[in-house]
Design a protein around this ligand. Sequence first.
Ligand SMILES: NC(=O)c1ccc[n+]([C@@H]2O[C@H](COP(=O)([O-])OP(=O)(O)OC[C@H]3O[C@@H](n4cnc5c(N)ncnc54)[C@H](O)[C@@H]3O)[C@@H](O)[C@H]2O)c1
Length: 319
Amino acid sequence: MQENRVLLTGGAGFIGSNLADKLIEMGKEVVCIDNFSSGRMEYIDHLMSNPKFSLVRADLLTEDVSEVLKGCGCVFHLAANPDVRLGAEDTKVHLDQNVTVTHNVLEAMRSQDVGGIIFTSTSTVYGEASTIPTPEEYGPLEPISLYGSSKLACEALISAYCHTFGMNAVSFRFANVVGPRSTHGVTYDFVKKLKKDPRTLQILGKEPGTQKSYCHIEDCVSGMITGWESLEGAYDVFNIGSDDYIFVKQIADIVSEEMGLEGVEYGWTGGVDDGRGWKGDVRTMLLSNDKLKGKGWAPRFDSEGTIRDAVRYIISESG
Ligand SMILES: NC(=O)c1ccc[n+]([C@@H]2O[C@H](COP(=O)([O-])OP(=O)(O)OC[C@H]3O[C@@H](n4cnc5c(N)ncnc54)[C@H](O)[C@@H]3O)[C@@H](O)[C@H]2O)c1
């Protein structure tokens, strides 16, 4: 087994492609699996000529990827459907793309004796936490979205595989991650909408909107590497976020300002369930980063800096 060779699922996606860059920079040999359902070739094009990088186009839901795992020391498992809103319309998509896909990955690992998995979970596993900032030991975990429930099910599966089959794993519960290459989320939506109509912005929910923590992609990737390298024992969980949170209205203000727009009229939809953007939308989210800070990591960006950087990138990309 080559410890230096790693499998990266979802490597053509937003977080995956940024992580691929980091792993290559660290001297790892990266085998990327992606079905390009939301991933983009342009995010990994620059890696295609690198002998340490290889791409396998495969669907983890329907294809057996055991052979691809041969010689890999561990798996960074990012492939998933990350759209929280979708669960209220389609109750099966997260079960398939998140839970079943994770089970398929674990089975492929077991068949090839691959022992380590690094999993990307989410703050939504906490549901409406009554402790803010929310630490990893918070409970009981009561997700309010099908997406959150699917990620919690994945965490549980991974933990059980570790204890049953001698694997080891770390799950990372991310705040909202944004930055270069992000293709979804509120910041992305606002830039797109304001490019179309710079005078008015329709915002989901009730003013001032939900209040959440936004994590810069650089902090997300560096946090994953720190957590992975410091793993002791069979299984551990780490939060990764910024140290503060902001309202949706502040995001709208930042996006308008970065786009050089004045006097944008905000039209609030009123939302659902007393002002949330959509069914399953958590009202307040801020994670405690203390556990990962204890391993030597700290976020470089606050929520505002994260949003500003993301807006600049989206503007520069969309011309
Ligand atoms: N972006 C965030 O704010 C955030 C927050 C918490 C957790 N996460 C998690 O981080 C991971 C990466 O998220 P992202 O924001 O980069 O999303 P993304 O949609 O950009 O990346 C997901 C990648 O997985 C691929 N993929 C999806 N289903 C697949 C399948 N069946 N087979 C093969 N490839 C498949 C997609 O093509 C895409 O490249 C996801 O697991 C997501 O749930 C993201």
